[in-house]
Design a protein around this ligand. Sequence first.
Ligand SMILES: *[C@@H]1O[C@H](CO)[C@@H](O)[C@H](O)[C@H]1NC(C)=O
Ligand SMILES: *[C@@H]1O[C@H](CO)[C@@H](O)[C@H](O)[C@H]1NC(C)=O
Ligand SMILES: *[C@@H]1O[C@H](CO)[C@@H](O)[C@H](O)[C@H]1NC(C)=O
Ligand SMILES: *[C@@H]1O[C@H](CO)[C@@H](O)[C@H](O)[C@H]1NC(C)=O
Ligand SMILES: *[C@@H]1O[C@H](CO)[C@@H](O)[C@H](O)[C@H]1NC(C)=O
Ligand SMILES: *[C@@H]1O[C@H](CO)[C@@H](O)[C@H](O)[C@H]1NC(C)=O
Ligand SMILES: *[C@@H]1O[C@H](CO)[C@@H](O)[C@H](O)[C@H]1NC(C)=O
Ligand SMILES: *[C@@H]1O[C@H](CO)[C@@H](O)[C@H](O)[C@H]1NC(C)=O
Ligand SMILES: *[C@@H]1O[C@H](CO)[C@@H](O)[C@H](O)[C@H]1NC(C)=O
Ligand SMILES: CC(=O)N[C@H]1CO[C@H](CO)[C@@H](O)[C@@H]1O
Length: 882
Amino acid sequence: MTPFIFSRFLFLLIFVNLVLAVLRFSLSQSLCSDGEKSSLLQFKEAFVIDKSASGDPLAYPKVTLWNQVGGRSSDCCFWEGVECDVDTGHVIGLDLSSSFLYGSLDSNSSLFNLVHLRRLSLADNHFNYSQIPTAIKRLSMLTSLSLNASVFSGQIPSEVSELSNLSSLDLSENIDPLTRKRLLVLKKPDFKSLIANLTSLEQLHLSYVDISSTVPDSLANFSSLTSLLLKDCGLRGEFPVGIFELHNLQILSVGFNENLTGNLPEFKQSSSLKALKLAGTSFSGDLPTSIEKLASLYYLDATSCNFSGMIPTSIGKLNQLTYLDLSENNFMGHIPSSLANLTQLVQLWLYSNQLSGPIPFSLSKLQNLELLTVENNNLSGNVNFDMFLGLKNLRTLSLSDNNLSVIIKPGINDTLPQFKLLLLSNCNLRKFPEFLRHQERIDSLDLLGNNIGGRIPEWMFNKSRETFFLLYLSENDLIGEVPPAICNLRSLALLKMSYNKLSGSLPQCFGNFKSLLVLTLRNNSISGNIPIFTEGNQLRLADLGYNQLQGQVPHSLTNCRMLGYLNLENNRLDDVFPYWLGSLPELEVLVLRSNEFHGVIGEPKPHYEFPKLRIIDISFNNFTGKLPSSYIQSWKAMKSNMFWNSSYMMSIPKAESKGSNTISSFVNFRVTIKIKGVDRFYEKIQDIIAVISMSDNKFDGEIPQEIGNVKGIYSLDLSNNNLTGGIPSSLGNLTGLESLDLSRNELSGEIPQELTKLTFLQYLNVSHNHLTGPIPQANQLSRFESSSYEGNSGLCGIPLPNKCGNSEALDPPLPSHEEEEEESSSFFQFGWKVVVIGYGCGFVVGLFAGEFAIARKPNWFSMTFGIRNWQVIRKRRIGRRN
Ligand SMILES: *[C@@H]1O[C@H](CO)[C@@H](O)[C@H](O)[C@H]1NC(C)=O
Ligand SMILES: *[C@@H]1O[C@H](CO)[C@@H](O)[C@H](O)[C@H]1NC(C)=O
Ligand SMILES: *[C@@H]1O[C@H](CO)[C@@H](O)[C@H](O)[C@H]1NC(C)=O
Ligand SMILES: *[C@@H]1O[C@H](CO)[C@@H](O)[C@H](O)[C@H]1NC(C)=O
Ligand SMILES: *[C@@H]1O[C@H](CO)[C@@H](O)[C@H](O)[C@H]1NC(C)=O
Ligand SMILES: *[C@@H]1O[C@H](CO)[C@@H](O)[C@H](O)[C@H]1NC(C)=O
Ligand SMILES: *[C@@H]1O[C@H](CO)[C@@H](O)[C@H](O)[C@H]1NC(C)=O
Ligand SMILES: *[C@@H]1O[C@H](CO)[C@@H](O)[C@H](O)[C@H]1NC(C)=O
Ligand SMILES: *[C@@H]1O[C@H](CO)[C@@H](O)[C@H](O)[C@H]1NC(C)=O
Ligand SMILES: CC(=O)N[C@H]1CO[C@H](CO)[C@@H](O)[C@@H]1O
């Protein structure tokens, strides 16, 4: 190294040192204080870094490099997430959102020493169900506090209400990651007192906080408010209409508060409102014509409310709208053709209203449309499929269940959009739409209830259709065999081909579907054997009833570990009782009615006890021997009324349907069971509870007393057998019984007084036996028609014409003290029954729970439906269960 270069080097070294010194000097001005630095470090130490603590895919642990060698500085003002005041050097901002923090936070935390904080975000971490610490009030300078999505729980402390500088408060989405329940409560203090002093709020986000009160009127004075999010808070009462007039309000979300009522006001002045989310509330009334004043509105979600009247033409002036959802209301009148002016529109949901008239052809101008659902209205007229030719982005189209006639001209295929989901049930189609041959991306197709005749075209099942998820071809006039090529549809989950004229035997590969959940082939002419089912299949529901299946029930059905519903009624199956089905852990419904089953049923073997069975119909067969009383004893599920907890209910994507096959009812259950003396056809299994039907066989012997233990039973039918002995008094324990049929047996003795405890009995038939003595006169037993009792020569008393010889017997003995106690316990059971009567509602819970189960697996759902914004699930009234 020459001296010259050396001196240059030395100079450089000195220079660099000088610069560093200056830098250090200037930095020392803003060096954070030791106190604040150690507070931050202590705070950091209180938590573990756990990747599952944050949900944001871009989350990363911001605190790991704090104060580390290799970290940017030992000056905390340079630490990730920390913001200092340039003048004072105080820490004024801390943003540790989505930082994988896991652990508890209490008032002792060093965090609350950072008293100069103005902005604090701890969103999207896991604070282990901590209460929001009361020490929060020490951070009195806070203007922004975000504790959202962070697993805080309990009552929101009144100390939050003292942070009167707050302009942004976000406590939303504190939901239990395990149960999905709301964690935070706002009751003491309540909503009104929490916000009393927070009048400068611009953002108030309390979604999923359990508030359970009315919305305070005082909110209408919060003139700075730009964003108010109160989704799924249990709000009730009338929504203060003044809030709509807040001049700065841009986002209003109050959805999924089912008891929140309200109306949209006349909008007098222009408004800043951009997004209005009312889904799943009880808002009612019209959409006012003045809605056109909401010129900035781009998102309007009013699904599942009680709106009515016409959709105002003026809605066509909201030309920023990209999302419009008016489904599941009572809108009537025509679909306004002005909608065609909403050229930004991406999704248009109008299903389940009472809209009539045609689908305006002008909707074909909505170039950006990706989704159009109008099913389950009263729309009529022809829909020329040409109208969708130009809608290149259209992926989801549902026209089902109107009075529409869809007209598909031959040869329009290549310019049609590539659909993913196409629902055309009950659309008066006569042919398999030829254009489907060129639909490469379709995965859900519903052609149910058309008049499509002929064979299913082979190309429907070619290899390119591996992504098919849903295929509904029921209720058409399809003929021919089920082509083996159907087994190419490797992803098929829901297959319905009931009510056609399909014949031949089922291809063996049917048992190999790995993904099939639901299979219905009811009411065809399918013959041959039931295919062999291989291990690992997912089948939950199989309805093969009303065909001509022969042979035995294959033992391989026990490979369907998830099977909840099996209906084989009205076939020609010739077998002994398939006791091996008793090993299926989820089986709830078993219908073997009207086949050629025979033999003695006998005793259940260990591990073959039908642990969840609640509906069994083995009537109209040739079973012999004693009633299977040990089985009946072992049917635990029938002994309780907790059916809505059942996993079967939870595991099938079904929903209540307003129409026969709306977008929301992907699965219907059908079963014919003789209840209350008539064959009833149940569209949906949830209409009924526990049922035992063993009529029209050759059972003999006595009815076991133990039947009185099967508490949950709703209908018991043992008619037309060869049963002897008396009617067991324990039947009086079945206080939920509504239908009892013991007719056409060889029963003898008196009708036990205990039957008068069956206060819900609506149908009784003990005719054509050898019963004797008086008909008990208490309760409604005497109110049944005489046909309930006829054909028993020894019976007497009302309603039969022959009086009893001994008039004392007319009056039932007064209940003894003991019995009175029983009365009171059955009064308790009355309460229980009320629960069951509320079953209609209970089932709604069950249904929703079912969706919940699906909804918790968004990946599964979106994978199977394959559309990002598919909202069947979101359309339910329980928002947090998204
Ligand atoms: C979370 O809370 C539970 C129960 O209070 C406690 O046992 C556990 O140690 C806490 N976990 C952490 C990381 O603080
Ligand atoms: C806070 O610290 C004090 C003293 O260190 C202790 O007595 C108290 O139990 C702590 N409180 C909590 C909630 O940890
Ligand atoms: C938390 O709230 C803030 C402020 O409202 C918001 O910007 C942020 O996206 C929210 N984070 C999460 C994970 O919800
Ligand atoms: C609101 O502020 C006033 C005066 O600042 C105070 O007296 C009152 O207690 C506060 N109310 C609440 C609910 O914090
Ligand atoms: C709505 O009101 C009904 C009737 O009062 C009640 O049963 C239901 O639980 C309420 N729903 C909510 C979410 O509070
Ligand atoms: C829709 O647009 C057309 C042409 O721009 C206009 O004539 C018509 O008035 C608009 N309709 C509504 C309801 O805005
Ligand atoms: C029942 O069995 C008898 C003889 O065992 C037979 O004659 C009759 O056809 C059978 N009935 C049915 C429905 O299988
Ligand atoms: C009914 O049972 C009796 C014996 O208990 C028997 O003699 C009779 O044949 C049986 N009837 C039928 C139809 O099986
Ligand atoms: C069922 O009924 C029988 C006879 O009436 C009675 O002895 C028994 O205690 C009842 N059992 C229950 C659980 O109510
Ligand atoms: C009948 C008809 O027009 N068929 C056409 C459908 O589209 C494909 C290409 O997507 C053409 O090859 C067919 O000729």
